[in-house]
Design a protein around this ligand. Structure first.
Ligand SMILES: *Cc1c(COP(=O)(O)O)cnc(C)c1O
Length: 351
């Protein structure tokens, strides 16, 4: 692999005020695809990439991405959390978008070298991490609508603080009954660019009404809960943890899977099944809706304090993080940051 180190290291930001995805490290990994094969990956200085205005990703959105995190353990070793799952999911997204698969071992090796080179950028305070953003874009210089023949794969790195401005405070979520994120047969299972562009409008409308995000329902009956759009969703009813089954339109979250595995191991009852808004509202009315929380790489666990349904605010657990949400958060983050044993074999060691 060709490695070109920067001659102008950046001044690092204040690690106590990172926010999410605003700062990037000194280097990035790139790999181009042409003539039916991937060329050798390369590590080089992080910099703008010149692009012809006709490049097809700019017009038709043939592009996919991933998101995972790297940590520094108390012993100073670099680790990643379940990163193989992310690269496998990247290849699944690639299949759906007619894009070439990457060689997972080759990319993993390049990513590890990149992390070692930029390791001073890994923040260590609680709640912080180095966010890893692999992505792939179509790179044909022509306007025809068809799968491209040329692609670029990138990995960029961003030190991040807590995903939400207000930290682990419960979020306010609006149940969206009109617009949908992904119908069955669509691209809801992929981390593909268009999904996010298509979700912005509902999100903006919810923000205007004072809510952080929307809860998406199924694309057919607008009745069954799907997810939050960058997070999967969990409900605790009568002490039973329920999350929507992966029916084809819901993103297969790595954090979702981790929550299920941790809670099951610790003796909680977890159900993956369809769950309707009727069931949730009824459980709330009867005082049986104990907790609601989202799961995703960025926030890990995000408690939901308010769920707005048809204009009415349902207050969840007195607008506080509940015990099962807290348990899942503590268990997963302590494995991630190396303060607890990796009993599930989730940690990928970098050095
Ligand atoms: C990335 C993402 C999630 C969360 O997945 P993780 O693997 O847990 O980070 C959930 N929903 C959507 C739509 C996503 O893009």
């Amino acid at each position: 692999m060709k490695i070109t180190l920067t001659k102008n290291k950046k001044v690092k930001p204040d690690f106590s005020k990172l926010g999410f995805g605003k700062y990037f490290t000194d280097h990035m990994l790139t790999m181009t695809y042409s003539d039916g094969k991937w060329n050798e990956p390369e590590i080089r200085p992080y910099e703008p990439v010149p692009m012809d205005p006709c490049t097809n990703v700019l017009h038709y959105g043939q592009g996919i991405f991933e998101g995972m995190k790297a940590y520094k353990t108390p012993e100073g070793k670099i680790t990643m959390f379940r990163a193989y799952d992310n690269l496998r999911r990247l290849n699944k997204s690639a299949d759906r978008l007619c894009m070439p698969n990457v060689d997972i071992e080759l990319v993993m090796d390049g990513l590890k070298q990149l992390l070692v080179i930029d390791q001073d950028w890994i923040p260590t305070a609680p709640g912080t991490a180095l966010y890893i953003r692999p992505f792939m874009i179509a790179n044909d210089k022509a306007l025809g609508v068809h799968a491209a023949h040329n692609y670029i794969f990138f990995i960029i790195l961003s030190p991040v603080g807590s995903y939400y401005a207000h930290g682990l405070q419960p979020t306010k979520i609006l149940v969206e009954e009109e617009m949908v994120r992904a119908p069955l047969g669509g691209t809801g299972e992929c981390k593909c660019m268009g999904n996010y562009a298509a979700s912005l409008f509902a999100g903006e409308m919810a923000n205007k009404k004072g809510y952080d995000q929307v809860l998406w329902l199924d694309g057919k009956e607008h009745k069954y809960v799907e997810e939050v759009g960058a997070m999967n969703i969990f409900f605790v009813i009568d002490g039973v943890v329920i999350t929507p089954a992966l029916v084809g339109s819901i993103l297969h979250g790595v954090t979702r899977r981790s929550v299920i595995e941790v809670l099951q191991k610790d003796g909680y009852k977890v159900e993956e099944r369809r769950i309707s808004t009727d069931e949730i509202v009824k459980a709330h009315k009867e005082g049986r809706l104990n907790e609601v929380f989202g799961s995703g790489t960025a926030a890990v666990i995000s408690p939901v304090g308010v769920l707005n349904f048809r204009g009415e605010d349902l207050i969840i657990n007195n607008n506080e993080m509940g015990p099962i949400s807290r348990h899942a958060y503590d268990r997963i983050t302590s494995i991630q940051n190396g303060t607890a044993a990796d009993e599930f074999g989730w940690v990928v060691h970098v050095n």
